[in-house]
Design a protein around this ligand. Sequence first.
Ligand code: GAR
Length: 184
Amino acid sequence: KTKTAVFISGTGSNLLSLIKFSKKKRCPISIDLIISNYVKAKGLKYSVKFNIEKKIFSFKKKNLNNKKIFSYLQKKKIKLICLAGFMEILPSDFIKKFKGTIINIHPSLLPKYKGLNTHERAIKNEDKFSGCTVHYVSKKLDSGKIILQSKVRISSKDNATSLAKKILKKEHKLYPASISKIMD
Ligand code: GAR
C-alpha cells in the first residue's frame, strides 16, 4: 500500500473519509501520518481514535528547519501527501521535492475561486453551480492539474454555510475517488 500522510488544520472530516477509505479492502493507500499546523485542530482526535501517528508542524515558523519535515516524511517512506483542509501555503522547495505526490481538495470548481471564501464568492456572483476539486499541488496556488471534480447546484436559499455543508458531503466521496483514479 502507498504510505500516505494527511495534512490538516481544522475539523478533519476529509481526513476521516480518507481513513475510512484506507480501511476498505483493496484500498491502494494506508494512512500512516497526520500532520497539523495547529495543535488544537479538531481533526487530531482521529489520530487517537484510529491510532495513527501525528506531528505538529508549521511551515510558517521559518526558524524551524523545513528540512526536518522533508527528512521525516522520507524516513516514514511517505509516497502520497493529501492536503485536507490544510490552511498553510506550502513553500516552493517543499512542493518541488515532493512534486507529483501532493494532492489537495479545494471547495470550488477550479479554476473558479482559488484561495479563500469560495462559497461567499460563488453566491455573490449568483452562480448556479459550485462544487469541489481534487488536484495536484503545483507552485501556483490552487492551479495544479485537476484529477476530479464534483458539482452541486446552488439554490436561491443557500448561504455560505449551507453551501459549504453540501459541498463537504461531495468532498468526502471525491477525495477517495480521486486517489483511486491516480493509483489505478
Ligand atoms: C474543506 O471544505 C476543504 O475543501 C477546505 O477546507 C475544508 C476542510 O474541512 N479546504 C480549503 O479551503 C483549502 N484551501 P475538513 O477539515 O472537515 O476536512
